[in-house]
Structure formats: structure tokens, C-alpha cells
Design a protein around this ligand. Structure first.
Ligand code: NDP
Ligand code: HSE
Length: 462
């Protein structure tokens, strides 16, 4: 790369030209890219750069050019074609090529991808990744390796697909402390829940569709069981609060247990059910942050209740800025490519400016921080029981909740025949999770209560 002083000269030439002409193109610096992974996201990145590379060059004053793309099998069909002469099956060719300045890792997983990134960083190359699973498992190690090598590790595409949430937290909101972040951060789950609700579609059919569209992880259990959202919300929590949140500390529940029956009752009560990631500052004697992922009843009046399909949204509350909302496609080849290329642009500008970053991709700025155990978290609840319709059942259930100091705010019991099992839906006031767990354990032992109670939390966004 030419030194920074040459870059400044180039800027002067650029400013003196009225238009982005041919001569300027020849004078412009070029940043060479190597990509490992050319699947859904990788082929999307290649396609987007073909489509808008000239526009990016005009905006950045740096031309971006692919040198090599490593894949597993050259002839594998790809969502978008990648120029065959660039393809290799040896990822080390990408990492070891001295002409490649930026390595984009789009393989996924926590195995070989870690070796690829560490290897690229050790050679002083800037790395761009979309790999939230890897960041969640090995973030501190990877950021430490980046710091050692003086290179950067960018990861915009790892959270919320095309939404620039990482950059917003890192740069746009640098003047804020964050009291709450609420995120619909998994496109696959939101797609499944939305279609189940809107069309009465079956879980398995919608999941197969999400896989066809390239939204789901491999395996999709990472999405369905909430772990992909856990990885993402952990990254957001770490960035917002300045200490690394270990994924083991994040209470995580997925959407497997959500039935259409619960969606219908939630609707009747004025709520929608979404898989919600929550990062919330909790004050008082037991101060700390809540970091969790679980299916949540969201009031229909709240903007997050109408985020549907593969769309993601992040509601960020800063002490200076107030409430803000980000919305966009959370998965898929094109939206994710947009985020990857925004990191590539930052990396290219760092290189052009002699390696100087404006705000580092991740800095642990707080020495201490406490993630609260789920038992200490206070919330409201929706409970669905299957009970035998006979006198005294509701009184017994109410008494158990009362002993645990949990108040009932509303009850629905569809009319049935005496002696038969019917659903009983209870909305409960604020209570700690530990108290709720104990009460439900007692209730589920009552002879009139059949099957496992369904318990979902209700968010008030206060
Ligand atoms: P894909 O499975 O579609 O692509 C993976 C790519 O990696 C394929 O091109 C595959 O090659 C290649 N690959 C696998 N092993 C190797 C290897 N040893 N050497 C070289 N190449 C290899 O995954 P996605 O594109 O969906 O996901 C990539 C990353 O992006 C993941 O971390 C994912 O979590 C993340 N992500 C995905 C989103 C999405 O919507 N899909 C959105 C946001 C992030 P081949 O093509 O030959 O099989
Ligand atoms: N599987 C992920 C999702 C991809 O559905 O959100 C985007 O990170």
C-alpha cells in the first residue's frame, strides 16, 4: 500500500476533479480482497461488488478488487456466479497472498473459520467476518489477536443482517450509555413465527422455506433453539456495555414450544409473540444487566410487534439520544452482503489512511460488569395451563400464586364441558423468575393440571 502521505495527495487530485473520470480511476488506490466462502453470503458479496463497485470507488476514493475466493468445491452451484478464474479450494492461498489486503471470512462455524481468521490476522491482514457463532465462542481471543497484529476485525454482518447496528452502537451512539436494547435479531425465527401467525402455516414447512431462502444456519437448530440470537445479543451487549459477555451467562430459550394456540390467545389479549433479545440495565441493590433471549409477548401497540417475515429490528435506548429504532432484512444474500461491504469499505479507508481507525471495532472499556442470573430478573408473564374444568381449580391455582406474591392481572378460560380439560390462560403481574418457577412447579403437581404449563414472559418496554 502507498504511504498515508500519498493517499492525501490522491485526495487532493480527487477534489480538484469535477467528475469521477477515467484519469482519476487510474490514479486511484486499489485495495485487494480475498474471500473465504462463496455460498449464500459470499456470492452475495461478490455480486454486490460487481453491481456497485464503481459507486463504492467513487464514494471511497479507493477501488476494491477481488483477487481470490476460496470455496470447498469449485463446481458447487451458487446463488450468484463467482468468476471461475478467482476460485481456489485452498483457503491458505487467500491468507498467504501478499497482494491481498483484506480477508473476508464467510465460511461459518467455530472450527476452521477460527484458524482462518487467526492466520489472516497474524499476517497483519484486516479481517471482515459475518460469523457470530465464532465471535460468541472466541471473541476475546480474536480481538486480542487483532490488537496484537495491529490489524482490525470487523463484524457488521454478524448481527441483524443488513442493518448497520454495530456501527451505530460503536460510532453513532458513542456519546451514550445504553439502558436498554431490544432486538428481533433472528430472521429465521421471525419468518417462522410470522407465517405461523399470518397463514396458520406449519412450523416444519416454514422452516424448510427459510432454509431454501438461505436464511437458516447449518444446522437450523442454532436458529430455532435461540442460539443464533444468543450469539448476536451477546455481541450487542458486549459492545454496548464494554465488557465481554460470555454466552454461558445469557439465558436462552427458542421457539420450538410456541404453538398456534398461544399465538391466538396472545392476539386475543392484544399481544404478538416474537423471539426477543434483551439487554437491559437493572439498577438498585442488585445492579447489573439482563442479557437474555426468549419468546416474548409484545403489546400490539409497540412497533416491534409489527416486524414480520425475515425482517429484524433493534430498539435502542440511549441516555442522551433517547429511543431509536433500526429495521431491515436480518438475513439473506443481498442484505448481508451490504453489511459485509460496509466493513470492507471501513477496512479500505483504514488502509488508505495508514491504518488509523476512527473508533476501534471492539474495545473492552469497562473493567467490570455483571450479567444478572435469570432467577433475579423481574418480568410479567403469560401462562397457559390445561386444567380439568371443575369447581375450586382456579382457587387452588390462585392460592399458589398468592403464596408466591404473584398477582393475577387477567384470566381467560374458553367455555368447555364440566369435567373435561380446557385451556386456562393467566396474565400475571411483575415477579422474579425464581418465584415464578417455584409457583409453576407447585401448580403442575395439582391433580387438575394436565401436561406441562406453558410460560412466556411479557415485555412492557418501560
Ligand atoms: P453457506 O453455507 O452458504 O456458505 C459457506 C461457504 O463456505 C461455501 O461457499 C463453502 O464452499 C465454503 N467453505 C466451507 N468450508 C470451506 C473450507 N474449508 N475452505 C473454503 N471454503 C469453505 O453459508 P452462508 O453464506 O449462509 O453463511 C456464511 C457466514 O455468514 C456464516 O458465519 C453465517 O452465520 C453468516 N451469516 C449468514 C447469513 C445468511 O443470511 N445466510 C446472514 C448473516 C450472517 P462451497 O460453496 O464450495 O460449499
Ligand atoms: N440464520 C440467521 C438468521 C442468519 O436467520 O437470522 C442471519 O444472521
Amino acid at each position: 500500500m502507498p504511504p498515508a502521505s500519498a493517499a492525501l495527495q490522491l485526495n487532493k487530485i480527487e477534489l480538484s476533479r469535477p467528475a469521477f473520470g477515467g484519469i482519476l480511476c487510474r490514479l486511484m488506490q486499489q485495495v485487494n480482497l480475498g474471500m473465504i466462502g462463496g455460498g449464500t453470503v459470499g456470492s452475495g458479496v461478490f455480486h454486490a461488488l460487481q453491481q456497485n463497485g464503481n459507486l463504492m470507488a467513487a464514494r471511497l476514493g479507493v477501488k476494491l478488487a477481488f483477487r481470490k475466493v476460496a470455496v470447498k468445491a469449485i463446481d458447487e452451484p451458487r446463488p450468484y456466479p463467482i468468476t471461475k478464474s478467482l476460485l481456489t479450494t485452498d483457503w491458505q492461498e487467500v491468507v498467504n497472498d501478499p497482494d491481498i489486503h483484506v480477508v473476508i471470512e464467510l465460511v461459518g462455524g467455530t472450527g476452521i473459520a477460527r484458524t482462518m481468521i487467526l492466520s489472516a490476522l497474524s499476517k497483519g491482514k484486516t479481517v471482515v467476518t459475518a460469523n457470530k457463532a465464532l465471535l460468541s465462542a472466541h471473541g476475546p481471543e480474536l480481538f486480542a489477536a487483532a490488537a496484537r497484529s495491529g490489524a482490525n476485525l470487523y463484524y457488521e454482518a454478524s448481527v441483524c443482517g443488513g442493518i448497520p447496528i454495530i456501527k451505530s452502537l460503536r460510532e453513532g451512539f458513542v456519546a451514550n450509555q445504553f439502558s436498554a436494547i431490544y432486538g428481533i435479531v433472528n430472521g429465521t425465527c421471525n419468518y417462522i413465527l410470522s407465517r405461523m401467525k399470518q397463514e396458520g402455516a406449519e412450523f416444519a414447512d416454514v422452516l424448510a422455506d427459510a432454509q431454501k431462502q438461505g436464511y437458516a444456519e447449518t444446522p437450523p437448530d442454532l436458529d430455532i433453539d435461540g442460539f443464533d440470537a444468543q450469539h448476536k445479543i451477546g455481541i450487542l451487549a458486549s459492545l454496548a456495555h464494554g465488557f465481554w459477555v460470555d454466552h454461558h451467562q445469557i439465558h436462552t430459550e427458542g421457539i420450538r414450544e410456541i404453538s398456534r394456540l398461544d399465538m391466538q390467545f396472545a392476539q386475543q389479549l392484544g399481544y404478538n409473540i416474537k423471539l426477543l433479545g434483551i439487554v437491559k440495565q437493572v439498577g438498585g441493590k442488585k445492579a447489573g444487566i439482563q442479557v437474555s433471549v426468549y419468546p416474548t409477548l409484545i403489546p400490539n401497540s409497540h412497533v416491534l410487534a409489527s416486524v414480520n417475515g425475515v425482517f429484524n429490528a433493534c430498539f435502542v435506548r440511549g441516555d442522551v439520544v433517547g429511543d431509536t429504532l433500526f429495521y431491515g432484512r436480518g438475513a439473506g444474500k443481498d442484505a448481508t452482503a451490504s453489511a459485509v461491504l460496509s466493513d470492507v469499505a471501513d477496512a479500505a479507508l483504514d488502509l488508505r489512511n495508514g491504518g488509523k481507525v476512527r473508533v476501534a471495532p471492539f474495545i473492552a472499556h469497562a473493567s467490570k460488569g455483571r450479567v444478572l442470573p435469570m432467577d433475579e430478573i423481574v418480568s410479567r408473564y403469560y401462562v397457559r395451563l390445561s386444567v380439568v374444568d371443575r369447581p375450586g381449580v382456579l382457587a387452588k391455582i390462585s392460592a399458589i400464586f398468592a403464596q408466591s406474591k404473584i398477582g393475577i392481572s387477567s384470566v381467560i378460560q374458553p367455555e368447555g364441558h364440566e369435567g373435561e380439560s380446557v385451556p386456562l390462560i393467566l396474565m400475571l403481574h411483575d415477579a422474579p423468575n425464581a418465584a415464578m418457577k417455584k409457583a409453576l412447579a407447585k401448580i403442575s403437581k395439582l391433580p387438575a393440571v394436565k401436561g406441562k404449563p406453558v410460560m412466556l414472559r411479557v415485555e412492557s418496554f418501560t
